[in-house]
Design a protein around this ligand. Structure first.
Ligand code: FCB
Length: 475
């Protein structure tokens, strides 16, 4: 990233058109804690987090940010921040402890109160139905490898829609199905810890089917809000001009991006290059009826963008971030480094211009089939102290956010490289430092520092930066 990339507050505010949404995003399992309160059932992540070695330093999600008990304080923070919208996720096992059958009214009540308080604070709720916490009994029955999980997901979605459908502005069916299939079922570094490599692809298909069925369920319930999905996307590039790098890069692009976006937006799976076709055989005999179900008209499309990916053929030496899973070394390709970019605390390359490139690529691929778009997640972790007595000077996060939002706005403005993409808003990942999945509390992504011993919240400099941006824009 260059200094010029990080636009000033004034420049950014000037480019934000009235009506553009500024928000923050979170996920239930990463912040709520209270995993056994009010009749919540266990999830795939509760079980995974108990496995020795699964989470960095054995960190426990049991308390996380204690948001379940501190929601009022967190809403007050968001009100002070001046965001238009809060993207939260509902915990499926809190609402339906077994993943099927009885609905837990206390679970619904918690979110009912939360949504009402948000609205009262002038913050519009965007609600994600599934952000990775599969009810454990369903996981024991095969989880997303099993078709019936998609059907159960639609039933739970209908229950949520029935209760909140009058007040939620946007519904997101799934968050990053690619991460669940890849990290959870293929590589085993996330719940449920399966190591199936390409045999994990049914977990992709069944999530996509669950998406389609959930959209139908929400529409049948007559929800007032808009409906979409949040996919993680990375532009994928070959590490060199060698044919094998090109082939592996193309294959990775399918596994990472197109297996999810193509059926949702176009109604079919992408056609893999001949040489790698056997990898995708699980998607070869999918029925037309399933594809029709997956291909539902959407009101918006959510993009989570963190980094671009460079792919080289051959097994990696395990030194580049992203290659850490043992299972990665069994694959005939690896993630290559981006020496030209700085990196985040996670070791992810900081490459804001690739967000504009990504938007261009999506429009080129999907044309008129691409709905108006939200950046549903964008943010970065940087090394920060566990405890703080005073301000947290996270200028690297401010630069990160300013450059990413700046590129997204510039790319989609008249004359920009993605001027034909309708960008509706931008959600920072995330409000609070939280339980960052397998990385536990070691990666801090928040605008607000959380001391995980005292649970004290301390807004960082980036919080005040985002607040000043929110105030400075035209209304
Ligand atoms: C995304 C996830 C989100 C968070 C960020 C850092 O892939 O959707 O929950 O972990 O990464």
């Amino acid at each position: 990233m260059t200094v010029q990339d990080a636009a000033t507050v004034g420049e950014l505010a000037e480019r934000i058109r009235p009506g553009f949404t500024l928000g923050v995003a979170s996920a239930a399992f990463q912040i709520e804690g209270s995993l056994t309160a009010d009749g919540r059932g266990p999830s795939s992540w509760d079980a995974f987090a108990e496995k020795p070695g699964a989470i960095v330093d054995g960190h426990s999600p049991a308390v996380a940010c204690d948001h379940y008990n501190r929601a009022d304080e967190d809403i007050a923070l968001m009100q002070d921040l001046g965001v238009d919208s809060y993207r939260l996720s509902l915990s499926w096992p809190r609402i339906q402890p077994s993943g099927k059958g009885p609905i837990n009214q206390q679970g619904l009540d918690f979110y009912d109160r939360l949504i009402d308080k948000l609205l009262k604070a002038g913050i519009s709720p965007m609600v994600t139905l599934f952000h990775w916490d599969t009810p454990l009994p369903l996981e024991h029955d095969g989880g997303w490898l099993t078709r019936s999980t998609a059907e159960r997901f639609a039933e739970y979605s209908a229950a949520a829609a029935g209760r909140f459908g009058d007040r939620v502005a946007q519904w997101v069916t799934l968050n990053e199905p690619v991460s669940v299939a890849l990290q959870g079922y293929a590589l085993g570094v996330h719940a449920p810890g399966r190591r199936l490599l390409f045999d994990a692809l049914p977990a992709a298909h069944h999530q996509l089917l669950g998406h389609g069925l959930a959209v139908q369920a929400l529409r049948a319930e007559g929800v007032a809000g808009a409906i979409g999905v949040a996919n993680m996307h990375s532009p994928v590039r070959p590490a060199s001009k060698r044919l094998t790098d090109g082939l592996m890069s193309k294959a990775f692009d399918l596994v990472f991006n197109r297996v999810y976006a193509d059926p949702i937006l176009l109604g079919h799976y992408p056609k893999p290059p001949l040489q790698v076709r056997p990898w995708f055989r699980a998607l070869g005999n999918v029925s037309d009826e399933d594809l029709k179900t997956i291909h539902q008209p959407l009101d918006f499309y959510g993009v989570n963008y963190y980094y671009p990916v460079k792919i080289a053929s051959g097994r990696g030496d395990g030194t580049t971030p992203g290659n850490h899973a043992d299972m990665m070394t069994k694959l005939p390709f690896h993630l290559a480094a981006f020496p030209e970019y700085q990196s985040t605390g996670f070791g992810w390359p900081v490459a804001p211009e690739h967000l504009g490139i990504l938007l261009r690529e999506l429009k080129d691929r999907y044309g008129a089939a691409l709905p108006p778009l939200f950046i549903t997640e964008s943010g970065a972790s940087f090394p920060e102290p566990d405890h703080t007595a005073g301000p947290v000077h996270d200028s690297d996060r401010i630069d990160y956010l300013a450059s990413h939002l700046g590129h997204a706005l510039r790319a989609t403005a008249p004359g920009g490289i993605a001027h034909d993409v309708e960008l509706l808003g931008y959600y920072v990942w995330t409000l609070l430092d939280n339980f960052e999945w397998a990385a536990g509390y070691s990666q801090r992504f928040g605008l607000v520092h959380v001391d995980f011993d005292t649970l004290e919240r301390t807004p960082k400099d980036s919080f005040y930066w985002y607040k000043s941006l929110s105030r400075a824009r035209r209304s």
